[in-house]
Design a protein. Structure first.
Length: 640
């Protein structure tokens, strides 16, 4: 199946330039280098399509099982030229017989020149395109001969394209090299759009509005492009298109959670188009609708995942353990590596083997798995026993105080049953991370603590904290997943209200104010008796939902309810009340009252450093509160 080559304009232009020169009788060669899944083969296929029908195209592909077979790759390339072989001088025919018919070995130079002569003969009837894919698996002899010929086609209508793994350059010196970088966000979203095309049932079934994914994506893209072009800034159209595509995918992939799912796929794929297509093809109805968590790794049958698996399994035992340790920990510093070497016998040879595999990246004195896609694939393929061993070893070698949260994490991963003591330690570490604003760390620690907690009420509190911090880190889909673990009993009003508040916040930010509004009003009522400040915040969110839904009546009711709450006494609460009251007075046409209340809000803003947490997607009222705080602060400084 042919796929559009999004994000490869530079590479396509380089190939087209080479083909244009070749048509004019001045050939050349080009090496396309990139990691597995970046589109090397797709570019060769695109080159062949562009060259047809004017060019005669011949090709070969490296095969792991034939790497040690002399001239196996060359044999595959030259078989279509048997008629031209008969026209060669006897010495050259004899040299080619070495590879074509298994004749006795010829002198290298004679063989090399025979291949050059054969390609020249083939080019007499029209330009020739030679494509060699997966060069890292070609036998040494074939690669040497092809590279020799490729360096000598400048005055012939012959183009030679090599595609190889990014870390493989042996034998291709002197040939221009074009490195494939990961796709950017816009190109990745376009690949995802194409992957969920009309042939995919999800394209038609996941959009509850009946408009279908196609129209949703098309509308999102069109709107994004229009917005980008209207902005007039350099790069505005591209940024608008990416935003429009993301919005379109949000509409097509199950509505509110669709943008999160698209972002998860793009983040996991790390710019590899093959990974995006594999992930999209394996999406379940639950994932598309938002009822199930997004994929955490490539599907088991993915050819790309198999590439990483083979690289890992070819390593020595110590190197394999090192790679899995890195997959479990993300980053291993020099001191950690040294302790692991002492405890587990990982030596310099293992480090060298792991480095050569291309699975790890070495920076400074530390090591990490190359990227999230490789890491998740390796971890998904590891046995439970190997994972447990990696966690246990890391729990032993992460001994510094600053490594304590990670040490606890690995201890918890080894634990097979609830453990309140360990859960308490994890919760303590989560609280520390939360207070420091490290929400990406704290929500994971809260989640792990919750899974190990015996007491039901404490477990619910920890899942709620995990959900809130996941939301604060911008991971709304993770927050939804944590909320699904929270099932307060009917008499547990404050916990139920806390969960309802978070659900409402997520729905408002996701563009579903009508869904959010009743949940937020219920949350506010449930919080009044426990925490007036939290109840007021819920009403602020409810007012925002009412405004977004165009429900003026509900907005005024919410403002009146906020004014009736018992005084919380804090500047933050007074600021929210002044703002809500001022906006409600504006709606009612009481402009003098509105001016007084909003002026008071501006003055109160000077005393509130952080009116409302907006570390995640900031909402309109929160922007206004922040502006009021800035305005009040500026006024205060001016009057000093």
């Amino acid at each position: 199946m042919t796929h559009p080559l999004h994000g490869r304009r530079r590479e396509i232009q380089a190939i087209e330039t080479l083909l244009d020169r070749t048509r004019a009788g001045h050939g050349g060669a080009l090496t396309i280098a990139g990691d597995a899944g970046t589109g090397r083969t797709a570019l060769l296929e695109a080159a062949a399509r562009t060259a047809a029908p004017a060019f005669r195209t011949i090709g070969t592909t490296g095969v792991p099982g034939e790497t040690a077979v002399p001239y196996a790759g060359l044999h595959r390339l030259l078989r279509p030229l048997s008629a031209e072989t008969a026209q060669l001088p006897p010495a050259h025919r004899g040299a080619l017989g070495t590879i074509m018919d298994g004749a006795p070995s010829a002198a290298q130079l004679v063989l090399y020149t025979a291949v050059c002569e054969l390609l020249s003969l083939a080019a007499k009837s029209g330009p020739v395109l030679c494509c060699a894919d997966d060069v890292q698996w070609l036998d040494h002899g074939s690669l040497e001969v092809l590279a020799f010929a490729a360096r000598r086609v400048q005055d012939e209508p012959i183009a030679v394209l090599f595609a190889t793994r990014d870390d493989h350059g042996d034998g291709l010196a002197g040939i221009p090299r074009l490195r494939l970088t990961p796709l950017d966000e816009e190109a990745s979203l376009r690949v995802l759009h194409d992957a969920l095309g009309p042939g995919d049932p999800a394209y038609h079934t996941v959009d509850d509005t009946g408009s279908g994914l196609a129209s949703s994506l098309a509308g999102g893209l069109a709107g994004g492009l229009a917005g980008g072009l209207a902005g007039g800034a350099a790069g505005g159209a591209a940024g608008g298109a990416a935003g429009g595509l993301a919005g379109g995918l949000a509409g097509g992939l199950g509505g509110a959670g669709g943008c999160d799912l698209a972002e998860e796929i793009i983040d996991l794929a790390c710019g590899r188009p093959l990974a995006i297509r594999d992930l999209a093809a394996a999406l379940t109805p639950g994932q598309l609708s938002g009822a199930a968590p997004p994929p955490r790794a490539l599907p088991a049958g993915s050819s790309l995942r198999a590439v990483y698996r083979r690289r890992h399994l070819r390593l020595p035992v110590g190197a394999r353990r090192l790679v899995l340790m890195a997959a479990a920990e993300e980053w291993l510093g020099a001191a950690t590596l040294a302790r692991a070497a002492r405890l587990d016998g990982i030596g310099a040879a293992d480090l060298d083997a792991a480095r050569a595999s291309g699975l790890l990246r070495f920076e400074g004195e530390g090591v990490a798995v190359r990227d999230r896609l490789v890491r998740s694939s390796l971890w998904a393929d590891a046995s439970r026993e190997d994972r447990q061993d990696a966690h246990a070893l890391l729990a032993d070698v992460l001994v510094q105080e600053w490594q304590r949260p990670r040490r606890l994490w690995h201890r918890a991963s080894v634990a097979g049953e609830p453990d309140d003591r360990l859960a308490g330690e994890l919760a303590g570490a989560a609280g520390t991370a939360q207070r420091a604003g490290r929400y990406a760390d704290s929500w994971r620690l809260w989640q792990r603590a919750a899974t190990l907690t015996v007491a039901r009420a404490v477990r619910i509190d920890r899942f709620l904290s995990a959900a809130e911090d996941a939301w604060s880190s911008g991971r709304s889909r993770r927050a939804r997943a944590m909320l699904r673990q929270v099932r307060p009993s009917p008499g547990d009003g404050p916990r139920a209200a806390r969960a309802a508040l978070l659900r409402g916040q997520i729905e408002v930010a996701a563009g579903s104010p009508t869904t959010a509004l009743p949940a937020l009003r219920d949350a506010a009522e449930g919080l009044v008796g426990a925490e007036v400040g939290a109840a007021l915040e819920a009403l602020m969110w409810a007012a925002e939902a009412a405004d977004a839904a165009g429900d003026t009546h509900a907005y005024l009711e919410i403002a009146d309810r906020a004014a009736s709450l018992p005084s919380a006494g804090g500047a933050r609460e007074e600021l929210m009340l002044a703002y809500l009251g001022g906006m409600a007075a504006t709606v009612r046409g009481r402009y003098r009252e509105a001016a007084e209340r909003l002026g008071a809000a501006a003055r109160l803003g000077a005393d509130v450093a952080d009116p409302v947490s907006y570390s995640h997607l900031t909402t309109p009222e929160k922007w206004i509160l922040a502006l009021l705080a800035d305005a009040g602060s500026a006024t205060k400084k001016t009057n000093q």
